[in-house]
Structures are given as structure tokens and as C-alpha cells.
Write a protein that binds this ligand. Structure first.
Ligand SMILES: *[C@@H]1O[C@H](CO)[C@@H](O)[C@H](O)[C@H]1NC(C)=O
Length: 334
């Protein structure tokens, strides 16, 4: 009986035989070894059932395709003090990789990662990894989500990322990145760009006017220039440019119908609060704190019962009028 069952299993599983030369189980054991055999992976042993089997734990999850190849791998909260385990580059069918909260992982992300041409999701968060290959995912054809937040990356954003036509969600927040923002980093509907909490300099490239950007978060960098071309962009939804060195005249800026949040606090922005802000026919979350703005604040027309909060205008040069104290000479700058 069991022999017949075994034969049935064998015949229904010719692909296992075909792919016998690539044994992802051995690759996983190599990864474990390169991580210094951490205790969290103690159930990874020779012959273990890594495809949807008993190896599933809080710290490690794997998923396999029909050929028994690992296509998703999650490693999280593992106390491994080691460089990036290069054996990961041998999991050539990987579509999704997540490494989260391996705080003591150190050194570079190796360039062999570029071999993983099936990746849709590459998510490395909360590690001590400190550099990226200069050519990262050049002309990659599938990558959709690239999340590299809260690591220790220094150097600049690899310009090669501009060559990925499918990249829709890019998150570099909370690193130590320097240099300028490359053009055309994200593509497609509702594209999002998280660059906050770095040391980026220069201007936001004008080409982002034509990229279908949904949200841009660039808070807490050293960016300069006039990014107001983004505010009236079709389908723009959220903009956070606070805590930078932007210096421009806000007075005549127009606001997109789709915009729902505009955070510009802690810059060097001058001029008046534009009329477009007050006449917007939808609610926008705003922050203009700590700039060099001046003049009478225009009164909200569509939601007069929902006045602006005073705190969003705090610490400017000479803003006045409700919700701040009245202007000395109403209608003109004091
Ligand atoms: C920034 O990254 C560090 C190191 O990974 C982490 O400890 C910290 O919580 C992160 N901060 C935020 C706001 O995510």
C-alpha cells in the first residue's frame, strides 16, 4: 500500500526530480550557517520540510512554487551578528525577500543580489547593513516594492534604480544617505517615494512633475530649491517636505484637487499663505510652522465652521489674522 502511494507521489512530482540539481533546502542551510547558526533557526536541519512545512516559525517563513523552489522568504527578529548571507543569491526563484529586525547584520548588500531577476518585493529593514552595490537592480524588469528603511546605508541613492520601469514603491527612510535624488525613481499609479530622515541635498528633480507620483515623504533632509511644482500635480495625495532647507515664495502656489496633506514646516519658505489653500473644496492636513511666512491668513471659504488651527502657522515671520491675532492693518502685511 505504502509503496503504491510512494510511486504515485513520485509520478506526480516529476518536477522535483527535474530540479533535483538545485536543492533550495541545502541553500537554506547555507544561509543559516552564514548567519552563524542562530538559535532562532534551530529547526532548520538536514532534510527539513521547508516548503509550507514544519519549519514555519515567528522568525522564518518560506513559500515554494510548484517546482518546490523557494519563492518567498521572510527572516525576522533573529539575533545574528554576521554579514549579509550571500547564499540568498542562490535562491534564484525568489519573488519576495523580507529581512526585518536583524539589527546586527553588517556590511554591504552584495551585488550578487542582482541575480534575483524574479523579485517583486525586496524588503530589508532594521538591520545594520551599511552600503549598497553601486549598480543595484539595473534594468530589473519585475521589481515593484523596494523597501530599504531603517538601515545604516550611507553613500548616495544608486542611480541604477531609475532604470526599473516597474518600481512603484520605494522606501529609503531612516538611513544616512547623501547626495541628490535621482530622476524617475518610481513609476505607475499611486507611486510612493519615502526618502525621509536622511542627509539628501539638492533640489527635487523637475521630472517628478511627469512621474505619476501619489505621495512623497522627504522630511528631515537638507533639500533646497522650490518644490512647489509638485503641489498642483495631478493625483498627488501626500507631501511631507518639512525639516529641510527649502526657500521659495508660497504666495501664488496652486493646490491639486487630490492633495490631502501638505507638510512644509521647518523650512525657509516666505511670502503669504496662498488663497488656493483657503478655497480648496476638500480637507487638507497642513503644517506651515517655523518658516518666514507673512501677511494675513486667508479665511477658509468652503468649511468656515472648520477653521484652521493656530498651531499650523506658529513661528513664522509675521502671519496674522484668524486663527492668529488680528493684523494691525487688515488686508495687508503688518
Ligand atoms: C531608525 O532606524 C533605527 C536603526 O534601525 C531604528 O532603531 C529606529 O527605530 C528607526 N527609527 C524609526 C523612526 O523608524
Amino acid at each position: 500500500m505504502s509503496i503504491i502511494f510512494f510511486l504515485l507521489l513520485l509520478s506526480s512530482c516529476t518536477s522535483c526530480v527535474l530540479s533535483a540539481d538545485v536543492n533550495d533546502g541545502l541553500v537554506l542551510l547555507k544561509i543559516k550557517e552564514q548567519l552563524g547558526n542562530p538559535q532562532e533557526l534551530s529547526n532548520w536541519v538536514e532534510g527539513f520540510q521547508y516548503c509550507g512545512g514544519s519549519a514555519f516559525s515567528n522568525n522564518a517563513q518560506m513559500q515554494c512554487d510548484n517546482n518546490g523552489r523557494v519563492n518567498y522568504l521572510v527572516l525576522q527578529v533573529i539575533t545574528a551578528s554576521a554579514p549579509f548571507p550571500e547564499a540568498i543569491c542562490d535562491l534564484t526563484e525568489l519573488e519576495g525577500l523580507t529581512i526585518n529586525s536583524l539589527y546586527n547584520l553588517y556590511g554591504p548588500i552584495p551585488s550578487c543580489i542582482n541575480q534575483l531577476s524574479n523579485l517583486h518585493l525586496f524588503d530589508i529593514e532594521r538591520t545594520g547593513l551599511s552600503s549598497l552595490p553601486e549598480l543595484l537592480f539595473l534594468n530589473h524588469e519585475k521589481l515593484h516594492d523596494l523597501i530599504l528603511s531603517s538601515n545604516a546605508f550611507s553613500g548616495s541613492i544608486p542611480a541604477s534604480l531609475s532604470t526599473i520601469p516597474t518600481l512603484n514603491h520605494l522606501d529609503f527612510s531612516n538611513n544616512s544617505l547623501k547626495g541628490t535624488i535621482p530622476p524617475d525613481l518610481v513609476h505607475g499609479q499611486y507611486a510612493t517615494l519615502f526618502l525621509n530622515d536622511n542627509r539628501l541635498t539638492g533640489e527635487i528633480p523637475k521630472c517628478y512633475l511627469w512621474v505619476p507620483l501619489g505621495s512623497i515623504y522627504a522630511r528631515n533632509n537638507k533639500l533646497t530649491g522650490d518644490p512647489s511644482f509638485l503641489f498642483n500635480k495631478e493625483n498627488i495625495y501626500a507631501i511631507d517636505l518639512s525639516h529641510n532647507d527649502f526657500e521659495f515664495d508660497l504666495s501664488n502656489v496652486e493646490i491639486s484637487k487630490s492633495l490631502r496633506s501638505l507638510y512644509l514646516g521647518f523650512n525657509k519658505i516666505y511670502g503669504n499663505i496662498p488663497q488656493s489653500i483657503a478655497s480648496a473644496d476638500h480637507y487638507i492636513d497642513l503644517d506651515f510652522r517655523n518658516n518666514k511666512l507673512c501677511g494675513e491668513i486667508p479665511q477658509r471659504q468652503i468649511f468656515p465652521w472648520q477653521p484652521f488651527e493656530a498651531s499650523i502657522f506658529a513661528d513664522n515671520k509675521c502671519l496674522c489674522g484668524s486663527p492668529l491675532p488680528p493684523c494691525k492693518n487688515p488686508g495687508s502685511a503688518p
